[in-house]
Design a protein around this ligand. Structure first.
Ligand SMILES: [Zn+2]
Ligand SMILES: [Zn+2]
Length: 76
């Protein structure tokens, strides 16, 4: 029924968990500027699992709903 559940990756915050939504990891000391980019979210700080919505859909693509794909039968 399209029930949404909270994203388990970000606990519903929509922010990338590993980097806390900063897109990069903290510097080794303040203003060091050596904080590496987060490779989980590619630097945008958005949860890669839910795309920032904080929710995940239980049912989406279960493969049972082919919407009438055209069968191209190339008969010779
Ligand atoms: Zn998430
Ligand atoms: Zn991240």
């Amino acid at each position: 029924m399209g029930e949404m559940q909270r994203c388990s990756e970000c606990s519903g915050s929509g922010a990338c968990d590993p980097c806390d939504g900063y897109g990069c990891f903290p510097d080794s000391f303040p203003n060091a500027g050596d904080g590496p980019d987060c490779d989980v979210c590619a630097g945008d700080g958005i949860c890669a699992e839910c795309g920032g919505s904080g929710e995940m859909s239980n049912d989406g693509n279960d493969g049972s709903g082919d919407d009438g794909a055209v069968l191209s039968r190339v008969g010779a």
